[in-house]
Each structure stands twice: as structure tokens, then as C-alpha cells.
Design a protein around this ligand. Structure first.
Ligand SMILES: [Zn+2]
Length: 448
């Protein structure tokens, strides 16, 4: 999803004006006004690690929360009950979501050596039963085109080293179409991540109706590099793949909403949150229950301190971010009777928070940077232009300014979409700092 496209100037100006605190608001004024509150929120959020234990309990009980799965809906039921027990007026928004199921899968090398290959189908891939074929390894789409004559009737392996997610993921998403265009019978990708210990990474892929659909799966970085060495040595590589991926009918799911209604402008909303669905590998602790729970802890902290913002401050757990974005779209559609002034998303892991990226400029960016000075004690030092989140995308497309929480993510893609996405990868103090950063930014713009 591209960001930073032009929007409704009038609405933008109106929101920028209210975000910048009206005519004549000088830099620093906002920070001065909210400094005491920010310090209280930061101290309170960091003093209580209950949320980390609750996050562990949730991820241990409801892992693999892929859209359409029973685990996702049971997890949502559990959350709704927990929030109700905390006294929140919990609402859910009904959303129909796509439902892909993985089924049974396996891969093994049959030549030049016999070996089982750790692997996983990519989300949306078709099934196949013991598909056997010779493998041809390519290092890029250009390399594929150059070797087009050699891949017909074979299984193409995209052995592409990780550069950055935005770039390398294109082989996961589009590899099957590119390989099929040259007559390949199947395609494999080197797992999208900078570091691995024989861990396959899943994630979404897509087909094109004008091109033959071929099975598409990920193998480990180690095995992709091994096949490259074998090909470079002139050895013939053969594998046998079985995938069980298939689509079921769309299934019901829900976004979850809790909020502190605005004391003066209840119809004006600042929302913050993350996505509660995950892929069906691992427990989705880092991606993205941590983001959800950090926002929840932030709002709990604001309520505990008895703070009542002028506008509504809301936490949203969006469903179906990973393979359809139906939750984010439904949220925007079902809240059009309200006026959103800001959307804040945490979907980059909840490691040490560092800053925010936004597509807004001008007064809005200035207002964000001013408020962000309150977060320096948390190690959050910047608001700058850059990528923004998927779930706040539909709001952003309607002209609502959005922020995406950036964190120290050097290990994020080690575990991204793997069985290794578990609570032990996160630290309670860092989850609490993310909660404080979200709560302070949210409160300032809900109140000023
Ligand atoms: Zn995510």
C-alpha cells in the first residue's frame, strides 16, 4: 500500500489546525503543557508489568491466529471477556475475513542428496501432492529472465539475500507469477529474513488470473544457499514438494474497541492499536499481539491516572491485517459518523521504541515533533516522514494523519512470520515503554 498521496486539503487543514492547537500555537507550548502528565504516564506505565504476563498468557493459549481460524476467534472472545472484567465498555465490529488453510505440507531433496527440507507454504498458495521437479536457482527477477530457457518445466528457487523487507518481500509475494510466466511448475523462495537457524518464514503471496497458478513455498536461508552452492558446482538438484493450502469460505471475525470517551468532543477520535490476527506459525507475540497489548496498557494507564481527554482516546485491535486488511477497512467504514483526528499504529514489534514515522508534513508534522519531545526520557527522539502502517491506511486515505511507532527492530525479521515469534523475544520493560509512548502521544492529541 503506497502512502503519502494527496488528500482533501480542507479536511487536512482543519485537522492540522486542531492538531497544532489552533492559531498561534508556538513550538514547545504543547510540550510544556503536558510535561507533568507525560512524566506521570511514563512512570506509571513502566511501574507495572502485568501486561507482559497477560501477553504471555494470551500468546501461549491462542497462537497461530490466522484469519478464519478458531484460535483467532477464541482469542478475541478471551480479550473481550478480560477487558469487560477490567470495566471497559468493549465493542466489537463485525468483519468477514478471507480464510486460507495450510493443510499438510512437506518438502524433501531427492538429488544430489536425500534430505528433508524445513519449509512452509506461503499464504494463499495452491496445493500439490508430491510434486517432483528439478530445481533451478536464480538470484533475482533479472536472473530469472536471463535464464528463461532453463526454467521451463522446473521448480524455480529465488535465492535472494535479505536487503530490506520492502524489497526482498517482492519475491515472496510475486515469485510464483514470475516463475509461471516462464513455464516453471513450482516456485520456492529463500525465507525473507536476515538471520536464520533453519527456520522457514511464511507470509502472503499472490497470483495473477492471467497466469497459471503454481505451488509456492518458502525454504530456509541455509538450504537456499546450499542449493546455490550445488548448482554452482554443476550438481543436478531435485526436490519433491507436497502442499495442502486451500481457501475456505470467508469467515466472521471482529475488530475490538475500547475507549475513554472525550469529555468535550466525544465525536472526535484519536485511535491507537495493532492487529490481533497473526500468521499460523508461532504465537504472533511480536507480530502483533505486542502492539495491541502495549496500546491496551497505555489506555489502562491513562484511565488509572484519572486522565480524561477532551476527545475520545481509543484502542483498536484490528483483525485480518496479515492477509486481507478487512479489519482496517471495516473500521474506517463503520466509524464514518465520527471524526478521526489521528491514528497511531504499532506493528513493527514492541522492542525499544525509538520514534514515529508519518506521511504528514507542515503544521501536523511540527505538532507531532513538538509533542514527541515529551518522549525523550523513553528514548523516543524523532517524528519524521516515512512508512506508515497498514491498518491505519484506510483512515490515512481519507485524510486522517497517522503515526507508526518505530522500534529497535534489528531482530524483528529474525522471527517474523516464524515459529520463533514467541513472548520470550520481547522484554517487559520495552513493552511498557512502547505503551507509555503510545499513551502520551495519544493523550496529547486527544486532549489539546
Ligand atoms: Zn504485523
Amino acid at each position: 500500500m503506497t502512502h503519502g498521496r494527496t488528500r482533501g486539503a480542507g479536511l487536512l487543514a482543519a485537522i492540522a489546525l486542531c492538531l497544532a492547537g489552533g492559531e498561534g500555537a508556538k513550538g514547545g507550548e504543547v510540550a510544556d503543557k503536558y510535561r507533568q502528565i507525560a512524566m506521570k504516564v511514563a512512570a506509571a506505565a513502566q511501574a507495572d508489568s502485568t501486561i507482559y504476563r497477560t501477553l504471555g498468557e494470551f500468546c501461549d493459549a491462542y497462537p497461530k491466529r490466522l484469519s478464519g481460524s478458531a484460535n483467532l476467534e477464541r482469542g478475541i472472545d478471551w480479550l473481550v471477556a478480560r477487558m469487560k472484567a477490567e470495566g471497559w465498555n468493549v465493542r466489537t465490529q463485525h468483519v468477514m475475513v478471507p480464510h486460507w488453510m495450510r493443510g499438510n505440507e512437506s518438502a524433501r531433496m531427492t538429488s544430489p542428496i536425500e534430505r528433508t527440507l524445513p519449509m512452509c507454504a506461503l499464504g494463499g498458495s495452491i496445493a500439490c501432492d508430491r510434486l517432483r521437479g528439478e530445481v533451478f536457482v536464480v538470484s533475482s527477477y533479472d536472473d530469472l529472465t536471463k535464464n528463461a530457457a532453463k526454467v521451463r518445466g522446473k521448480i524455480v528457487l529465488f535465492n535472494v539475500p535479505f536487503t530490506h523487507y520492502g524489497e526482498t518481500v517482492s519475491y515472496r509475494v510475486g515469485g510464483a507469477v514470475a516463475a509461471a510466466r516462464h513455464g516453471a511448475i513450482g516456485s520456492l523462495v529463500r525465507s525473507v529474513g536476515p538471520f536464520g537457524i533453519q527456520t522457514p518464514h511464511t507470509g502472503g503471496m499472490s497470483y495473477n488470473d492471467s497466469v497459471t497458478k503454481i505451488p509456492h513455498a518458502a525454504i530456509t536461508m541455509e538450504d537456499a544457499m546450499m542449493m546455490q552452492r550445488m548448482q554452482d558446482r554443476g550438481q543436478k538438484i531435485e526436490v519433491e514438494i507436497t502442499l495442502g493450502g486451500h481457501w475456505m469460505a470467508d469467515a466472521p471475525s471482529r475488530n475490538i474497541i475500547i475507549d475513554i470517551p472525550g469529555s468535550e468532543l466525544p465525536n472526535e477520535v484519536v485511535c491507537m492499536g495493532g492487529h490481533i490476527d497473526s500468521w499460523d506459525l508461532g504465537t504472533g507475540a511480536m507480530d502483533d499481539a505486542g502492539g495491541c497489548f502495549a496500546a491496551w496498557h497505555g489506555l489502562n494507564t491513562i484511565r488509572k491516572l484519572g486522565l480524561k481527554p477532551r476527545r475520545t482516546l481509543r484502542v483498536v485491535f484490528w483483525t485480518n491485517e496479515e492477509n486481507g486488511l478487512r479489519g482496517g477497512k471495516a473500521y474506517e467504514e463503520q466509524t464514518r459518523h465520527e471524526k478521526h483526528v489521528l491514528g497511531i499504529e504499532s506493528d513493527e514489534g514492541t522492542f525499544a521504541p525509538l520514534g514515529f514515522t508519518t506521511s504528514s508534513g507542515g503544521d501536523t508534522l511540527f505538532a507531532f515533533q513538538d509533542a514527541c519531545t515529551l518522549l525523550e526520557p523513553l528514548g523516543v527522539t524523532y517524528v519524521r516522514n516515512g512508512h506508515t502502517g497498514a491498518d491505519t491506511g484506510p483512515l490515512e486515505d481519507k485524510g486522517v494523519p497517522v503515526l507508526s511507532l518505530n522500534v529497535e527492530d534489528s531482530k524483528y525479521f529474525w522471527y517474523h512470520h516464524t515459529e520463533g515469534d514467541t513472548i520470550d523475544k520481547l522484554r517487559p520493560d520495552e513493552v511498557n515503554k512502547c505503551a507509555a509512548a503510545l499513551a502520551i502521544m495519544g493523550f496529547v492529541f486527544a486532549d489539546k
